[in-house]
Write a protein that binds this ligand. Structure first.
Ligand code: AMP
Ligand code: ZN
Length: 150
């Protein structure tokens, strides 16, 4: 599998950097964003390193799409937000700061005034960890090839 030792998300995949993991299989990892745009903000990535949408192989992309729906569904069951956005940036001009393909799963409210290029602010790690636990509980209720991980 392609990996980049200097890439922060590859290092999360390798377990070298801690994360609040939500689900994992051989192709995909989902975890909490530690600078949440809104409460419950998650990331879904292919395990194979690809800088963006155009560098990813089709199988990884298909697996990521399926995982995005599962994570979004678990977030919906956990927080019951009025809306959920999935967003994905290609290139710094689009607001991409980590050059490993990732999809944001972001709970939305009508009045959250969230812009496409939001300003990252550090989250409350205790609250994020507790929320990850609640989302994982919903993931565990939906059996599939994925394993909810800690
Ligand atoms: P983007 O700006 O679209 O490239 O999104 C990158 C996202 O990765 C941002 O929302 C960051 O908050 C998030 N991020 C960066 N480092 C970490 C990390 N170690 N754990 C979790 N999320 C991270
Ligand atoms: Zn990477």
């Amino acid at each position: 599998m392609t990996t980049d030792p200097d890439c922060i998300f590859c290092r999360i995949v390798a377990g070298e950097i801690p994360s609040f993991k939500l689900l994992e299989d051989d192709r995909v990892l989902a975890f909490m964003d530690i600078n949440p745009a809104n409460e419950g903000h998650c990331l879904v990535i292919p395990k194979a390193h690809a800088p963006d949408l155009f560098g990813a192989d089709d199988d990884s992309l298909a697996a990521v799409a399926t995982a995005c729906r599962r994570v979004a569904d678990a977030v919906r069951r956990t927080l019951d937000p009025p809306g959920i956005s999935l967003t994905q940036a290609n290139g710094p001009a689009a607001g991409q700061s980590v050059l490993h393909l990732h999809f944001h799963v972001i709970p939305r409210r009508e009045d959250d005034n969230l812009l496409f290029n939001w300003e990252p602010k550090p989250g409350d790690m205790d609250a994020i960890g507790k929320l990850a636990e609640r989302i994982r509980a919903h993931l565990e209720q939906h059996p599939s090839g994925f394993v909810a991980v800690r």
